[in-house]
Every structure is written in C-alpha cells, then in structure tokens.
Design a protein around this ligand. Structure first.
Ligand code: AHR
Length: 494
C-alpha cells in the first residue's frame, strides 16, 4: 500500500549553508588507492600526467571534489613526509605495517599529492603524524608547504621543483589517536594536540585550519575531553569517524547479501544521525556559538574484502545498497550543516565505499559516484529545512524510516531536493508544497536499478547510472512524486 507523505519546506534566512567541504574525499596509502589507483607512474601505458591517471582525474572533476585528505588514515601516523620528497631513486623504501605489510617506495609523496589536488581543483587536507612523528617534523612539513622565503625548508621545496608555496589550508593533527594512531587516552591526546597544534604555524598569506583527531563512532568521552581541555581557538575542527559496518572485523559481502543483511546495514547507517547528534550536543555544551567544526572525515560502508583480493587492501564492490548509504548519509550531514563543515567519504578509489574502481587500464564509476554526482548541486547552497513524518520500511517485525530528504537553494536561486527511498519493495509518494519557493518547473534525475545487489562491473560498467526521471507532477505549486523502491532522486526546481 502506498500512502502519501507530505514534506514541508521552510525558507529560513538563518539556515546554514551546506559547505561544499562536506563533499570531501579521502586517499590513503592503503591497498590500491594510491598505487595502481590514482598513481600509475610516468612509465605506465595508461594515459597519465606525471604518473597520475588522467581518466580518474577527469571522472573526479565531475564530482567537484572540494578537498582530498591524504596520506591516511592509519598510515598517516607512520608516515614521515621527508621520505617522500626529492629524487625518487633516493627515497627510502618502507613497509606499510597497517595495510598488508606491503613495501612502499615513497614515489607518491607531497609534491605528487599536491599536483593531484591541483589537477582536481581540490584543496589538500594533509594529515600530520602524531603517533610516531615529532613536533619538529610537523612544524617542518607546514613550513615546507607554506613558507615563502629563504629558510632551509623553503629552499628544499624550491630545489625539489616547487617555487611558490602551496599554502595548504587544512591540516589534520593525528588520526584515530585512540587506536591505530597511538592508542592514547583522550586526556593525553588533548595535551599532545595542544603541543603539536602550537607548532603547526601560520605563515604569511595563510591561516591554517587545524583539525584534531576525533572520536570513533559513539566514543563520546573523547569529544567531551577534547572540547573541555583544548582551547577552542586552537582547533578549527574536531573529527569523528563513523563507518556503516556490522562488527569488527567487517563482515558480509558487498554484493552477495539478502534483505536481512540490507536491512541491518540500513539500520546501522541511519544510526549516523544519533551518533552525530550526541557529539554535537557535547560540542554545543562547550561551544554554543559553534566555532569548532565537526569534521566527519571518514564515513562510508565497510564489508568483507572482495574474495581473492589482499585482505589488507579493503577492496570492495559497490552496489545499490551503497547508493542508499551515500544518499541518506549526505542528507544527514546537510541537516547538521550548522556544525558539520567538512566530511570525507572513505575512500575515493579502490578502497571501501569507493566512487571509482580500476582494473589495469579499465575504470568504472560506482553507484556511489552517481549519487554524489547528482548531489554536487547541494554544494555551498543554503539549506532549506524540511519537516515530515517518514513512512516506514518494515522487515521482520522491525521498522526504519523509508524516506530521507534534503533541500537547498543555490546562489542562482535553483532549488534542489534530494530524496531517498530505502524501502526494498514499496514505492513511496511524496507531496511537497512549494508555494514559498517561487518555482516554475522541475526536472529530475534518478539512480535506481532492478535489484538491490546491482552494481557496475568492468564488463558492464553502466548497469547503475543516472537517468532522467519523469514520474512526478507539478501543479499549482504542489509537487507530487512517486519514488521507486531503493532509489535516489534529485529534483531541480527553477
Ligand atoms: O579508511 C580506512 C581506515 O579506517 C583508516 O585508515 C582509519 O583511520 C580507519 O580506521
């Protein structure tokens, strides 16, 4: 049975802007993300620019990536940036102890990463090493990247081919410092953060934004101690990581799952709102003016690795189920845009909930890519708050809200409404009163497919794609739209 749900849209001058930085991505030295992903080397037959794959850059431009986080993740806390600059033949080989014990020749370092960011038109977000690094090392890295002068660091950068400083704005200080980043207590880390943040200096022309390693999921104590013990002026952002996964180690196949697995993953994903709200409530207590941003710099699905791939490489396929995760998570982030100023999907290429998968010279765009591409319309647009009672998605005596929605108005006055129906069987009809929006007409796109498990493969890369969607009416300022089961719709009103 298909009941109609009414959504009311408010136009609120005080509503926040959805920062484009909520659409950030993540590239860690993990599995095939960097090597055999973004970076194939200058000698590769795959078309590249100084070793960076051209087809990946072109595809990612379609997502208007605002920032890219690097080099980790857990890898960041064992990365010594000086290993990755200067003549490649002289760069030391290290072992990536977190991810598969593979050898890392450091051929992709600071210069290569910053060139990648330039090609993408993305701001770099560098994650500094606190776990096994030193204050001096971080201080030197910031100076190397950002100082325009004659110091030894600036001269070294110039000798390595970069005359002008890059003026990198976003700097992470530590990563998962409660775990892989050093197994610290929050009290200890809060002090260490103060020390490291002090020496991550501002140089003329750039005030950097320091982002503190934050909590895992529901570790609220971490947020409490950081907000209590770190002066807020020292911390542009405090991070939080939340993955949609069932247990640890992550289990379940990315493509072979049944409805019960689907339901439980949707439930875990929807829990994001509770996790975020609880962290935000703690931040509000210490920082009611919302000066410190919540930075969700790792989110996404995490399943068992694809059969036959290296267990340390976190390679997984990406299905319609992941399209649901992308759509509802982004809607949840928008809703909290007054506090959440940045987020990063984990990860961009060949790792976890990737938007791009590669195999030799082949490349495919995942369902998550297609959802994120439709959603670029929300970047830097003003949030239009919504209120509605979602219909239920029922399964085995449990229920979840079936509909997730978000709306915004951009600088050109275009209104975008993103709607997700996670119900595996039922379509849902939605009515939206648009009287206060001054819209003459709508167009719409959809990401949908026949089966929940549908995904794109290297042989069939277009099973899931963005298509035009016409199943809606707009009459007398009332929009009526019927959303198919497990689909994501983006409406544009002008
Ligand atoms: O994204 C994969 C890993 O997940 C990151 O390295 C780490 O920060 C998190 O545990």
């Amino acid at each position: 049975q298909n009941n109609t749900t009414s959504i009311s849209i408010q136009v609120d001058d005080n509503a926040p802007v959805i920062s484009k930085h909520i659409y950030g991505h993540f590239a860690e030295h993990l599995g095939r993300s960097v090597y055999d992903g973004f970076y194939v080397g200058e000698d590769s037959e795959i078309p590249n620019t100084n070793g960076i794959r051209n087809d990946i850059v072109e595809a990612l431009k379609g997502l208007k990536i605002p920032n890219l986080r690097w080099p980790g993740g857990c890898f960041a806390d064992e990365y010594h940036w000086k290993d990755g600059v200067g003549p490649k033949a002289e760069r030391p080989v290290i072992v990536n102890t977190h991810w598969g014990m593979v050898e890392e020749d450091n051929s992709f370092g600071t210069h290569e990463f910053l060139e990648l960011c330039e090609l993408l038109g993305a701001e770099p977000y560098l994650a500094g090493n606190v776990g096994s690094g030193t204050v001096e090392e971080l201080n030197d890295w910031v100076e190397y990247c950002n100082y325009d002068g004659n110091t030894s660091m600036a001269q070294w950068r110039k000798a390595n081919g970069q005359e002008e400083p890059w003026r990198v704005k976003y700097w992470g200080i530590g990563n998962e410092s409660w775990g892989c980043g050093g197994n610290m207590t929050p009290e200890y880390f809060a002090n260490l953060y103060r020390q490291y943040a002090t020496y991550a200096r501002n140089y003329p022309g750039i005030d950097i934004k320091r982002i503190a390693s934050g909590a895992d999921a529901d570790n609220y104590r971490w947020t409490e101690v950081m907000m209590r013990d770190v002066p807020h002026g020292m911390m542009w952002g405090l991070s939080v990581h939340y993955y949609t996964r069932t247990g640890w180690p992550p289990s379940g196949s990315a493509t072979k799952f049944d409805e019960s697995d689907y339901f439980s993953i949707m439930k875990t994903c929807l829990k994001t709102s509770e996790i975020l709200d609880n962290h935000i409530a703690i931040m509000d207590k210490y920082d009611p003016k919302k000066r410190v941003a919540l930075v969700v710099d790792e989110w996404g699905s995490w399943y068992a690795v694809e059969e036959g791939t290296n267990p340390g490489f976190a390679y997984q396929q990406n299905s319609m189920r992941d399209a649901m995760i992308a759509g509802i998570t982004l809607n949840m982030l928008h809703e909290r845009a007054d506090r959440i100023k940045m987020a990063n999907l984990a990860q961009a290429v060949n790792v976890l909930q990737a938007v791009i998968l590669t195999k030799d010279e082949k490349m495919l765009l995942t369902p998550t890519y297609h959802v994120m591409k439709m959603y670029t319309a929300h970047q830097d647009a003003k949030l239009l708050p919504l209120s509605f009672d979602s219909p239920e998605y029922n399964f085995n005596g449990e229920s979840l809200p079936a509909i997730s929605a978000s709306a915004s108005k951009d600088k050109e006055g275009l209104v975008h409404i993103s709607l997700v129906n996670i119900d595996s069987k039922k379509e849902n009809t939605i009515e939206i009163d648009c009287a206060n929006l001054g819209i003459k007409d709508f167009t719409a796109n959809i990401v949908a497919s026949k089966h929940l498990q549908d995904h794109n493969t290297f042989d069939n890369p277009s099973t899931v794609k963005v298509e035009d969607f016409k199943d809606f009416k707009f009459k007398k300022n009332k929009l009526t739209i019927t959303i198919p089961p497990f689909s994501v719709v983006m409406l544009e009103g002008k």
